[in-house]
Ligand binder design. Structure first.
Ligand code: SF4
Ligand code: SF4
Length: 55
């Protein structure tokens, strides 16, 4: 399953740096394009607030 980012995101940017397909967009809360996400889980491992969940 692709990942999605929940409301607890603090917009730190750590997830963007590790995404191999660049499908995470910046914002007040970051957003994953679930159509592009390849479900690698790299972002989930980096998130300091555990804001990234399986969609
Ligand atoms: S699971 Fe992988 S491909 Fe999907 S958003 Fe996270 S780092 Fe990117
Ligand atoms: S690593 Fe987590 S807290 Fe940081 S921008 Fe990504 S989803 Fe938000």
């Amino acid at each position: 399953m692709p990942r999605r980012i929940t409301d607890s995101c603090i917009a730190c940017g750590s997830c963007v740096a590790v995404c191999p397909v660049d499908c995470i967009s910046e914002g007040d809360i970051y957003v994953i394009d679930e159509d592009v996400c390849i479900d690698c889980g790299a972002c989930q491992d980096e998130c300091p607030t555990e804001s990234i969940k399986e969609a």
